[in-house]
Write a protein that binds this ligand. Sequence first.
Ligand SMILES: NC(=O)CCC(=O)C(=O)O
Length: 301
Amino acid sequence: MASSAPALRSFNLALIQLGQIGTDKTKNIAHAREQVLKAASREDGPKPQLIVLPECFNSPYGATHFPTYAETIGYKPGEPYDPAKSESNTVRMLSSVAKETGTWLVGGSIPEREVSTGNLYNTATVYSPQGELVALHRKVHLFDIDIPGKITFKESETLTGGDSLNYFDTEFARIGLGICYDVRFPELVAIGARGGCQVFIYPGAFNMTTGPLHWQLLQTARAVDNQVFFGMCSPARDLSVGYHAWGHSLVVDPMGTVLAEAGHEEEIVHVRIDPQVFEEARAGIPVTTQRRFDVYPDVSA
Ligand SMILES: NC(=O)CCC(=O)C(=O)O
């Protein structure tokens, strides 16, 4: 990670708990665009500087759907990339709406096809207010679980796991990225936080079995362990489709306080990120300087 993270400044964050994600990809993309415009044009409070969409927002969520809905992005960090000329309809829309609204945008995640290998990934892309694609995260830990009688899901039937940790710098924070099941692996956040990320944003879609048990618990744990802000943005729950998302898009502060939580329907959650909470947590409970790497290894080293 680059050594000097920007100082954390106050900013406004909006999570779009998107509904109406169906089988028509064109409609899914158009609806996401409408909701980004709606979030950006907020009139009952401060406008957001960062907007977030949920996991798998242009496709139904399911291993059998990913090959049909996958788009080629072709972005490689450090190489020139013009999102306006991307093969991906979704990338073109995300870039143009980030530019139109002048906001940072975490473009949820979409199924991605890498042409050279044929591999499919669950991929989040991030755009600057100028519409540049500035970061890409491929879900590292695939959601493969089997809880008999409750839920069996196997992303690895069609997806490959990503092989890198990712973040992006804005004028107000260094922001770490992950996708949904990645939240269960604390190393990602520990490494990112020690590399200067003060905020973590994970598009996610927990389910009706693990959602009530672990959705808030895991985000609170990551936030408190690392004294960071942690937010996850879910799709709205839709009982007419195969995968029933838990919803409850959430933002937790470094003291473990829930700053905002959605219900389970389509909704936009607005939150102010306050650096004072971050500074007071770290000053009052100085775990960031009390670690005993003489007793156990530093996973970020
Ligand atoms: N989309 C996902 O990765 C779901 C993760 C999940 O529900 C969990 O319990 O973990």
